[in-house]
Design a protein around this ligand. Structure first.
Ligand code: GLU
Length: 393
C-alpha cells in the first residue's frame, strides 16, 4: 500500500500535459506543444564545450554535497553582479534544479500544519510540495484585474502565528506578472514586521523580462536575513535537462539543505556543475538579448492572435514566456458548457480535438484560466491559433 502522502499528491500538470502531447505525437498526430515552459533554443556552444572538456578531464565523481567551490564562487559573483546581493560561499547550495531547492527548503522548515502563503495563480508544484510536507497551503487569490498581483493588505490578512513561509515568484509562472520596486516595498514593509516568516523568492525567470527591471526582494536590507533567493540555469541558458538550480540562503537554512541533500541525492551531476562554472561567467542579459526580442515578438504575436477570440481575456505579461488567459466567458457560454465544464475539460478538449497542448488554470489554482507557453516556433504558434479559432467557431 502506498503512503498517504503519495496518495494525496497530484501529478505535475505541466509535465503531465507534456507527456500526453508526446504520446499523441508518437501515435502520429501533428501535436503543437504550448504546455511546458522550456526554451526552444540551444544552450550556447561554449557551455557544451565546457561539458565535453569536463568529461575528458575526468570529472566523473561525487562533488561536495552542496556543490563545487568554484561554482559557488561564480554564484556569489552572479548574485552581486545582477542582484546586488551579498552571499558568502557558506550560504550557497546547488541542487538538481530549483525544484529540488524548494523541496529541500520545505523539508527543512515545515512541521505538520505549518502554513505557507502562496499567491495564486501559482506554479503547480509549490502547492503539492507543501501538502507533501504535511503543511497547509494558504492561498491569496488574485484576478486578471489586479494584474495577478497581491497587495500588502491581502498579505497581512492571511498571516497567522502558524505562518512559516511566504513563497514569492516574480516574474511569475504562469502569469508573467512582474512586481515593481514600489509594490515590493509595500510587501517588504509587512514581511519585515514578521521576522520569523521565511520568504522564498523563486527568480528562475529573472532574465526573461521585457520592459521592466527585475529586482530581488532580498535586496531590501530589512528582510535579507529572512529571505532565500532561488535561481538556476534551466530557463536562462536553455539547460532544462541539465538540472542545475541554486539558492542563496541564511547559513542555518543552507546547512539544513546540505544535510538533506547528503542523505538523498548526494550532489548535482559533476559534468553539469563544471559546465555551469563557465556559463555563470557570462551575464545572460547580454547573451540573451536576441532571444528576449524573439520572445517579446512571440508574446505580442500571441496577444494579437488572442484578440480575435472573444472568449479569451488576457492581460499583457511583462516576463516569463507564458500567457495566462481568463476563459470565464467560454465556460459560461451555453454553446460550450454542456461539454466543457472546467478549464481542465477545455485543456483536454484542445488536446484531443485539435492537438494543441496547454495547461489548465485549475492546475495553477485559478479555476477559469488557461496557460499558453510561447516558448515555441512562430509558425507553430500561428498554426495553433488557427486550429483553436476554427474549433471555437
Ligand atoms: N516550470 C516549467 C513549467 O511550468 C517546467 C515544468 C515544471 O517543472 O513544472 O512548465
Amino acid at each position: 500500500m502506498l503512503s498517504d502522502r503519495i496518495l494525496n499528491m497530484g501529478y505535475s500538470k505541466t509535465l503531465e500535459m507534456t507527456s500526453k502531447a508526446r504520446k499523441l505525437k508518437e501515435l502520429g498526430y501533428n501535436v503543437i506543444n504550448l504546455s511546458v515552459g522550456e526554451p526552444n533554443f540551444y544552450p550556447p556552444s561554449f557551455i557544451l564545450d565546457a561539458a565535453k572538456k569536463a568529461i575528458d578531464e575526468g570529472y566523473h565523481y561525487y562533488t561536495p554535497i552542496s556543490g563545487i567551490l568554484d561554482l559557488k564562487k561564480k554564484i556569489c559573483n552572479k548574485f552581486k553582479r545582477d542582484n546586488n546581493l551579498n552571499y558568502k560561499i557558506s550560504q550557497i547550495v546547488i541542487s538538481n534544479g530549483v525544484k529540488q531547492s524548494i523541496i529541500n527548503l520545505f523539508l527543512s522548515l515545515l512541521n505538520k500544519n505549518d502554513e505557507v502563503i502562496i499567491p495564486s495563480p501559482y506554479w503547480v508544484s509549490y502547492y503539492e510540495m507543501v501538502k507533501f510536507c504535511q503543511a497547509k497551503p494558504i492561498i491569496i487569490p488574485t484576478t486578471i484585474e489586479d494584474d495577478f498581483k497581491i497587495t500588502s493588505k491581502q498579505l497581512e490578512t492571511v498571516i497567522t502565528s502558524k505562518t512559516k513561509i511566504f513563497i514569492f515568484n516574480s516574474p511569475c509562472n504562469p502569469t508573467g506578472s512582474v512586481y515593481d520596486k514600489k509594490e515590493l516595498k509595500n510587501l517588504v514593509k509587512i514581511l519585515s514586521k514578521y521576522s520569523k516568516i521565511i520568504i522564498i523568492s523563486d527568480e528562475i525567470y529573472e532574465y526573461i523580462i521585457y520592459d521592466k527591471k527585475h529586482i530581488s526582494i532580498a535586496s531590501f536590507p530589512e528582510i535579507y536575513n529572512q529571505t532565500v533567493t532561488l535561481n538556476g540555469l534551466s530557463k536562462s541558458f536553455a539547460m532544462t535537462g541539465w538540472r542545475v538550480g541554486y539558492m542563496g540562503a541564511p547559513e542555518w537554512i543552507a546547512k539544513a539543505c546540505d544535510k538533506i541533500q547528503g542523505q538523498t541525492t548526494s550532489c548535482v551531476n559533476a559534468i553539469a556543475q563544471r559546465a555551469s562554472i563557465v556559463a555563470l561567467t557570462y551575464n545572460p542579459k547580454f547573451l540573451l538579448s536576441k532571444i528576449i526580442s524573439e520572445f517579446k515578438f512571440r508574446r505580442d504575436l500571441v496577444i494579437n492572435l488572442i484578440k480575435n477570440i472573444p472568449q479569451f481575456k488576457l492581460k499583457t505579461p511583462e516576463g516569463a514566456f507564458y500567457i495566462f488567459i481568463d476563459i470565464s466567458a467560454l465556460l459560461e457560454d451555453k454553446k460550450y458548457n454542456s461539454y466543457i465544464k472546467s478549464s481542465n475539460d477545455f485543456a483536454m478538449y484542445l488536446l484531443n480535438k485539435c492537438h494543441i497542448a496547454t495547461v489548465s488554470g485549475e492546475s495553477f489554482g485559478y479555476k477559469n484560466g488557461l496557460r499558453i507557453s510561447y516558448a515555441n516556433y512562430k509558425e507553430k504558434i500561428i498554426e495553433a491559433f488557427k486550429r483553436i479559432k476554427k474549433l471555437l467557431k
